[in-house]
Structure formats: C-alpha cells, structure tokens
Write a protein that binds this ligand. Structure first.
Ligand SMILES: [Zn+2]
Length: 113
C-alpha cells in the first residue's frame, strides 16, 4: 500500500471516528434514565421507554467496539502494518478495506473466526 492509499484510509478512519464520537454525544443527550415510577407513565409506554433504552445501550456498545477497532487500525497505519492481515500477514483486499477500513483481517481469516 502506498502513501496515498494510507492517507486515504487514515482519512476514512478519522471520519468514522468523528461520526461515532458525535453519535455517542447525541445519544447521551437523548437517553435519560427510564422513570420506573408506576404513577407517572402507563405500563406500555414504560416498556417502550425501557426497550428504546436497551437499544440505545446496545448501539453504544457497538460504537465503543467500533471505536476500539478504529484506533487499532490507526495505530497500524502508524506502524506501517496497515492493510496486512493481523492473522496471516497477507494483504487485505482493497475493496474489503473500502467497506470496512477498520478490519484487521483478510476475508479468509475473518471467515474462519
Ligand atoms: Zn488472513
């Protein structure tokens, strides 16, 4: 992978990182703890609120996993290991990196996991 490619993927990763951080901030503002007080809301809307909170938590968990992958990928760029599979050292298909620039594995290794 040449310098230009590395620069391209670095920009992609930084953009993703920014988006995830912004989403985190947004969801923190919109998800307040569920009020379980029986008198304040009906049973159904309480379940709705709990469900959407569970969903928000799941999304948050996914974002933090993704952020870890992204910072690991940025580290690999710094160490000039980016674009090579972390398991078998083969070059990762470029199209695969375009779809998911944070992926540390080639198709073959990823499908074995
Ligand atoms: Zn591999």
């Amino acid at each position: 992978m040449n310098k230009q490619d590395l620069h391209h993927f670095k920009q992609q990763l930084l953009k993703l990182q920014q988006e995830l951080v912004a989403q985190d901030r947004e969801s923190e503002e919109s998800t307040r703890p569920v009020n379980l007080d029986q008198s304040s809301v009906g049973r159904l809307s309480r379940m709705d609120a709990m469900q959407s909170q569970a969903m928000a938590q799941e999304n948050k968990r996914r974002r933090s996993v993704q952020l870890v992958r992204i910072s690991a990928a940025l580290e690999r760029i710094g160490e000039e290991e980016y674009g090579y599979c972390a398991a078998c050292d083969e070059e990762i298909n470029r199209r695969r990196l375009e779809v998911d620039p944070a992926t540390p594995f080639c198709v073959a290794c990823a499908s074995r996991m």
